[in-house]
Design a protein around this ligand. Structure first.
Ligand code: NDP
Length: 298
C-alpha cells in the first residue's frame, strides 16, 4: 500500500508517521517539502503531488488549527481548510485513492447536552468551524472514497498541551480558575492515529466502499476543562508527591471568564457509535489516555 501523508509534524501527523508505517510505503510531507509539494496554501500543487505519487490512500493531517487567528484571516483559513481538501479530494477521485481527513466538533453550534451524531444539523460558531465544514462538504461532493473523522480536544505528548500548562500553573499558583461549562472528551493524537490506521487497513483491505463516510472519533466518556484539569493535577500529585505543588483550589468558571475572538461550543460531546460499529472498535475512556500522557511527561 502506498500512503501519502500531509502535515507530518502536527500532533496527529506525528503519531500517524508511527501508526501508518507498518501499512506500507509511507511518503510523509510537510509544508516545506520539496520537490513534492505538501503546502496546503497551494491546492493545485497538492493535486499535482497526488497525480505524481498515485497513492492508494492520502491522509491529510494538516489544517489551519488556530481557532482565534482564523477569525482575522478567514481567507487563509478557507484556503487551508476547504480549498486544499477539495483539491485533494478531486485528485483522489481522479487516481482512485481513498482520502482520510480530520474535522472537528466546531462544525456544531454547541447547543444541548446530548452527544452529536454524524447526521445532526451543523451550525458553526466561527471561521474555523465554518471552513472545516466546507472542507468536509467538498470531500463528500467530490465522489472520492473517504474517511472523515471529526474529533475534539486533541492533545499530544509532544510540544505544549493543556495538561502540561495546568501542571505548571499548579506549581506556580495557589488558585486556578478553569472553564467548567464546555463539555467534551480529551482525545489523544495517538488514539486518533491508531484508529485511523485500523480503519485504513479495513477499508482498503476489503475495498469496501460502503465504509466511505463521516465518523465521530473521540475517547469515551466526557468531562469539562475543569474536570480535565482536576484529574490531571490529582494524578500528577500521585505520580510526583514531592514536587512543589502550590495549588489549593481549582475554581470552576464559565466560558465568559476567558473572552476569546472565536466563540467555543459548550457541547463538544460526540457520539462514536457509528465508528465503533463500522470498524469493530472499542474506544477507551479519556482518563486512560490522559494518565498515559502524564506518566510519559512526569
Ligand atoms: P496541529 O495544529 O498540531 O497540526 C496542524 C499541522 O498543519 C501542523 O503541522 C502545521 O504545520 C500544518 N500546516 C499548517 N499550515 C500548513 C500549510 N499551509 N501547509 C501544510 N501544512 C500546514 O493540529 P492537530 O494535529 O491537532 O490537528 C489535526 C486535525 O484534527 C486537523 O484537521 C484539525 O482541524 C483537527 N482537529 C484538531 C483539534 C485539536 O484540538 N487540535 C480538535 C478537533 C479537530 P506547521 O507546524 O508548520 O504550522
Amino acid at each position: 500500500m502506498k500512503i501519502l501523508l500531509l502535515g507530518k509534524n502536527g500532533q496527529v501527523g506525528w503519531e500517524l508517521q508511527r501508526s501508518l508505517a507498518p501499512l506500507g510505503e509511507l511518503i510523509a510531507l510537510d509544508r516545506h517539502s520539496t520537490p513534492l509539494c505538501g503546502d496546503l496554501s497551494k491546492p493545485e500543487a497538492l493535486a499535482q503531488t497526488v497525480r505524481d505519487v498515485r497513492p492508494d490512500v492520502i491522509v491529510n493531517a494538516a489544517a489551519h488549527t488556530a481557532v482565534d487567528k482564523a477569525e482575522s484571516e478567514p481567507d487563509v483559513a478557507r484556503t487551508l481548510n476547504a480549498d486544499a481538501p477539495a483539491a485533494l479530494a478531486r485528485a483522489a477521485a481522479e487516481v482512485g485513492a481513498w482520502l482520510v481527513h480530520y474535522s472537528t466538533d466546531y462544525v456544531f453550534n454547541g447547543e444541548g447536552q446530548t452527544p452529536w451524531q454524524e447526521s445532526d444539523a451543523t451550525g458553526p460558531l466561527g471561521v474555523y468551524g465554518q471552513t472545516k465544514l466546507e472542507g468536509e462538504q467538498a470531500i463528500a461532493a467530490s465522489g472520492c472514497k473517504h474517511l472523515i473523522f471529526r474529533t475534539s480536544w486533541v492533545y499530544a505528548a509532544r510540544g505544549g498541551n493543556f495538561a502540561r500548562t495546568m501542571l505548571r500553573l499548579a506549581q506556580e499558583r495557589e488558585r486556578l480558575t478553569v472553564i467548567d461549562d464546555q463539555r467534551g472528551a480529551p482525545t489523544g493524537a495517538d488514539l486518533i492515529a491508531d484508529v485511523s490506521s485500523h480503519a485504513i487497513r479495513q477499508a482498503l483491505g476489503t475495498q469496501d466502499a460502503s465504509l466511505s463516510g463521516l465518523y465521530h472519533l473521540v475517547a469515551a466518556g466526557e468531562t469539562s476543562w475543569h474536570g480535565y484539569a482536576a484529574h490531571a493535577i490529582e494524578r500528577a500529585r500521585q505520580l510526583k508527591p514531592d514536587a512543589a505543588w502550590k495549588v489549593t483550589e481549582i475554581a470552576p468558571v464559565p466560558t465568559s471568564a476567558f473572552p476569546t475572538p472565536a466563540r467555543r461550543p459548550l457541547n463538544s460531546r460526540l457520539n462514536t457509535q457509528r465508528l465503533q460499529q463500522a470498524f469493530g472498535l472499542t474506544l477507551p475512556a479519556w482518563q486512560q489516555g490522559v494518565d498515559r500522557l502524564l506518566a510519559e511527561m512526569l
